[in-house]
Design a protein around this ligand. Structure first.
Ligand code: ATP
Ligand code: MG
Length: 418
């Protein structure tokens, strides 16, 4: 292997040690918060038909235009490593006839996603997201619940300096007229726009709000705003979402320029950012996608959901990662001849539900006791030719006993200790 080939590919990383424990803690917290709120775990395949994302995420989105890992398999099908989770969840909803279940159907996931992006801190080519989707109801209380669940999760995980930005994109019908106005505005000041924005005036004029290009920013300052033009039903829906957030005392800012990167959003859109993150400040966001399931060939089904980046959560917060659990027992051997007995004792202890390990690296007895200490073992069993010694690693007290009684004795002592 070349030097580069001997490392994880650019934009990817290994997860180990403290980092792995912190991620497990995030997963446990997400599971408890989301499952308590009635969300059920779902996992979908790592890759899907390319068309699912082309249609579901939208041809004009950055993801589809520039960021997908697409390949042809042995039978000539075009497949894509999933860049996001909402389209696959909607695909699964349709495939499994979930519209026949009581609605809304609430699902959550924690999976890895793939985007060919410029790799940097907080931005990777394989990254993890926790996400929640609720399909089958357009009740604004579901929008509020969804936002509050993400807020609750991020707060519990210690994400610092959080800001919640909120807007509504209205329904596609209302958006049509607005798009025309916005296009006209952009066309009238074409020469001030970035190349990228200019080339997308027809396809996706709303994305111009996301640009950081100074000329474009100036043009957008005078742009008409969709939020000012919501029809009565969309405005009432948005007002109700706002009232529910206010009742829950979760602060938010209305940001009429919030458009989000995916084409499928309707009505509510939101994003949590953390000042602690610097440039890649988005921690998680989402919105309503009332047309998506139908767009993918399913029945008309409203939906709302969000996804939050695990790496950004780690950067924004200090999720308490529990230290690895200490051992109850470390099995030491005085001589190689008793290794088989040690192995038997190890498994008796594990069968009894104890956390146990045995010596596996040929250490001297004092080296083995040091290793037991490193593991934080509460007790060590030292197997000799004839006798077995149980050593309390905290006070150094030792007692001799028959090997068969060690586990029984251990259980008794651990019970009195706890
Ligand atoms: P950004 O504006 O940072 O590119 P995005 O709008 O593309 O984010 P979404 O598609 O909404 O992000 O994904 C939701 C969350 O997933 C983001 O808020 C972020 O925390 C995380 N995320 C997205 N892309 C990446 C990436 N390449 N690496 C790490 N995390 C990511
Ligand atoms: Mg992005």
């Amino acid at each position: 292997l070349s030097e580069a080939q001997a490392k994880a590919p650019r934009g990817t990383f290994d997860v180990l040690g403290q980092e792995a424990r912190a991620r497990s803690a995030i997963e446990a917290k997400a599971r408890s918060i989301l499952e308590d709120a009635g969300y059920e775990r779902i996992e979908t395949p790592c890759f899907e038909a390319t068309e699912l994302f082309a249609r579901g995420v939208g041809e004009s989105s950055d993801i589809v235009k520039k960021e997908m890992y697409t390949f042809t398999d042995g039978s000539g099908r075009s497949l894509t490593l999933r860049p996001e989770g909402t389209a696959p969840v909607c695909r699964a909803y349709v495939q499994h006839g979930m519209h026949k279940r009581p609605q809304p159907v609430k699902l959550w996931y924690l999976s890895s996603f793939f985007r060919y992006e410029r790799a940097q801190k907080g931005r990777y080519r394989q990254f993890w997201q926790v996400g929640a989707e609720a399909l089958g109801s357009e009740d604004p209380a579901l929008d509020a619940e969804s936002i509050l669940l993400l807020h609750h999760l991020l707060a519990e995980l210690g994400a610092r300096d959080l800001r919640l930005r909120l807007s509504s994109l209205g329904s596609p019908q209302a958006r049509g007229a607005y798009r025309e106005q916005l296009k006209q505005h952009l066309q009238s000041r074409q020469e001030e726009l970035s190349e990228d924005v200019r080339s997308r005036i027809e396809l996706n004029p709303l994305r111009a709000f996301d640009s950081e290009h100074p000329g474009t920013v100036a043009v957008m300052r005078d742009a008409p705003l969709l939020l000012d033009q919501l029809d009565a039903a969309d405005a009432a829906h948005f007002q109700e979402v706002r009232s529910l957030l206010e009742a829950a005392q979760v602060p938010y800012e209305i940001d009429p320029t919030l458009v989000r990167g995916l084409d499928y959003y309707t009505r509510t859109v939101f994003e949590f950012t953390s000042e602690a993150l610097g440039a890649q400040s988005g921690v998680g966001g989402g919105g309503r996608y009332d047309g998506l399931v139908e767009q993918l060939g399913g029945p008309r089904t409203p939906g709302i959901g969000w996804a939050a980046g695990i790496e950004r959560i780690l950067l924004a917060g200090s999720p308490a990662a529990p230290a690895p659990a200490a051992l109850d027992l470390y099995v030491c051997v005085q001589e190689p001849a008793v290794r088989r007995h040690a192995f038997e004792l190890l498994w008796q202890a594990r069968s009894a539900g104890l956390r146990a390990e045995m010596e596996l690296a040929g250490r001297s007895l004092s080296g083995q006791l040091k290793q037991a200490d490193r593991h934080g073992a509460r007790f060590a069993a030292i197997l000799g030719d004839r006798e077995t010694t149980l050593r309390d690693m905290q006070d150094g007290g030792q007692s001799e006993m028959a090997a068969e009684t060690v586990v029984h004795e251990l259980l008794r002592r651990l019970r009195t200790l706890s």
